[in-house]
Design a protein around this ligand. Structure first.
Ligand code: GLT
Ligand code: MN
Ligand code: MN
Length: 386
């Protein structure tokens, strides 16, 4: 029942299950897996797809001949396992050249290199079938605002995205771009810190229809925000092109925990939202196993991400089918139709009619809102007693 199926579209990045357990204070705790080994691992645990940064697959200093061999081997692994590549992205943060950012670096040479690196990475992604192209600007920010004008940062980001949209069109790649915000880490402050900020940027681009967002649970949680609200706004705008699922406590370092492992109630409402609206894109687990994990535990981690999603999906169906819960929702949302004339939007008549009403504030307050009851029932669904 909780076995992943291809239609669930569960994906992982090469960098997720391939994470070696290194952190800013400690060396790797587990061995490096090759891309081919990772594809086989993901197939073994039941994933549908695998995503990558250019340099997760092809080392930054590989020769063209080495690149050809790596890509051939990777394609063979995909063919052997049936895994697909729905998304690709660029590593614009690992190399020391990007110490002051990539698209927003103060150095025009670095900005040009970042564009060229992304063009090549888009070529690679397209060759492997990717349809979504993610932009996570991990280094696009500052430690001190003495160093860079935020207006320059905004303009440079816009110019880079416009350039790359044109490149995608020119090449006939048919990519959808998905912008992934994060408020901080590895920079002290990263530009376009939230989903809402990215949505604001998109509206100013040359081809807004090509560009959406890739919200990540952990990144909104780092800012102490409600992730499901951010996702709902992206969905409402027709911009939920991709999603990064993981978990993260508020107010901590960048944790990238197994999906649903720490903020279960938030994870429940997220899954319920995605299922209720019928989101049909990739569900990408951008998470890492604990540093203490060995290979067997890494598999348990990957299986756990998918299994928890499917369990929460079942809980969402239970919530939707629960007569008591639905009765409360009906009561909360009851409408006698007396203000139906406002549903059609503004007119001089509706404004005049509304202007003449005498509201009884005490009566408005007298309406019952049994939210405690409803929330407790939700908790009981989650705890498995309903
Ligand atoms: C990096 C980051 C993620 C991004 C990836 C895409 S790389 O691991 O922490 O949130 O999605 O560049
Ligand atoms: Mn993250
Ligand atoms: Mn991510």
């Amino acid at each position: 029942m909780y076995t992943p199926k291809p239609e669930d579209k569960f994906t992982f990045g090469l960098w997720t299950v391939g994470n070696t357990g290194r952190d800013p204070f400690g060396l790797p705790t587990r061995g490096t897996l090759s891309p081919v080994e990772i594809v086989h691992l993901l197939a073994e645990v039941g994933a549908y797809g695998v995503n990558f940064h250019d340099n997760d697959l092809v080392p930054i200093d590989a020769t063209p001949a080495e690149q050809d061999q790596i890509v051939r081997d990777f394609k063979q692994a995909l063919a052997d396992t049936g895994l697909v590549v729905p998304m690709a992205t660029t590593n614009l943060f690992g190399d020391p050249a990007f110490k002051d950012g990539a698209f927003t670096s103060n150095d025009p040479k670095v900005r040009a290199y970042a564009l060229q690196k992304t063009m090549r990475s888009m070529d690679l992604g397209a060759e492997l079938g990717a349809k979504v192209y993610v932009f996570w600007g991990g280094r696009e920010g500052t430690e001190s605002d003495a160093t860079k004008s935020p207006l320059d940062g905004i303009k440079r980001m816009r110019e880079a995205l416009n350039f790359l949209c044109n490149y995608s069109k020119d090449k006939g790649y048919d990519y959808k771009f998905a912008l992934e915000p994060k408020p901080n880490e590895p920079r002290s402050d990263i530009y376009f810190a939230t989903v809402g900020a990215m949505l604001g940027l998109i509206a100013t681009l040359d081809y807004p229809e090509m560009v959406g967002v890739n919200p990540e649970v952990a990144h909104e949680h780092m800012a102490g925000l409600n992730f499901t609200h951010a996702v709902a706004q992206a969905w409402d705008a027709g911009k939920l092109f991709h999603i990064d699922l993981n978990d993260q406590l508020f107010g901590r370092y960048d944790q990238d925990f197994r999906f649903g492992s720490v903020m279960l109630k938030q994870a429940f409402f997220l899954v319920k939202f995605l299922e209720d609206v019928g989101y049909s894109g990739s569900k990408h687990f951008d998470a890492h196993a604990f540093r203490s994990a060995d290979l067997q535990d890494v598999k348990a981690f990957a299986r756990g991400c998918m299994r928890t999603y499917l369990i929460l999906k079942e809980k969402a169906a239970r919530f939707n089918a629960d007569a008591e819960i639905q009765g409360l929702l009906k009561l909360i949302n009851e409408d006698d139709g007396s203000y139906g004339y406002l549903a059609g939007g503004y007119s001089s008549d509706s404004a005049a009619k509304l202007g003449a009403v005498e509201f009884d504030r005490a009566a408005l307050n007298a309406k019952r809102l049994p939210y405690e009851e409803l929330d407790q029932l939700t908790v009981e669904v989650l705890l498995g007693v309903r």
